[in-house]
Design a protein around this ligand. Sequence first.
Ligand code: PGA
Length: 250
Amino acid sequence: MKKIVASNFKATHTRKSTKEFIDDVNGYLKESEISNDVFIFPAATALDSFEVNENLTIGAQNAYPTKSGSFTGEIGTIHLDEFGIKTILIGHSERRHILGESQKEIVIKYNYFKAMGYKIIYCFGEPLEVKNCGMTETLGYIWEQFDGIDLNYDNLILAYEPVWAIGTGISATSEDIAIIHKKIKKKINKPLLYGGSVKVCTLQDILEVPNVDGVLVGTASWDVDDFKKMIYIASKMDKDSKKLTCNTEE
Ligand code: PGA
């Protein structure tokens, strides 16, 4: 399976810079003929009907589980339909831990977008205090984040993103990722991404970890040249395992 590369813009990039970023990535995919699946999740105000290559998907970082209605500050599926968007992130740690989304609310959202046939990238991961309690507690915490989630859903991609690694510059070690990904893959046969402080320089090592099918990247993906380097590195993983340098020159 070709490695997946996804960029989560969070609350960065304007409408103008998002368009420039997407056009740039799209042009790169076209000229390089790289066929790995690439996802970009812009801010809601920057969504639009982008004409992109088959393997480039634009998704929503979030939406309310509704078509439309009185939900101040939210968007519903009419807003996503306007741009043909059928992909969404659900369960991201910033929504769980900063915006206070409960597992119950996440399940409602998951079921709604599942019923609408969306591709769902479902995120989960443990906070530092849980990690520090050991592997049994960490896995127990992760399984609770699967409570109520239909893991047999066809259009599902999973993303393991330890909370303590997100936006901190401290990525999980290859050993940590290997253990968790193996345990998850044993139970759930879905594409499984890793996310949390992935950088251009660490990407190849992470993609080489068994059971890592790709990455979901925030901070280090916001520079378009770096994101293109990541796509390049991921595309080479399928062809040769030769160590690539950080500037991707062979
Ligand atoms: P980060 O974010 O790469 O900035 O750690 C990852 C994510 O939140 O998906």
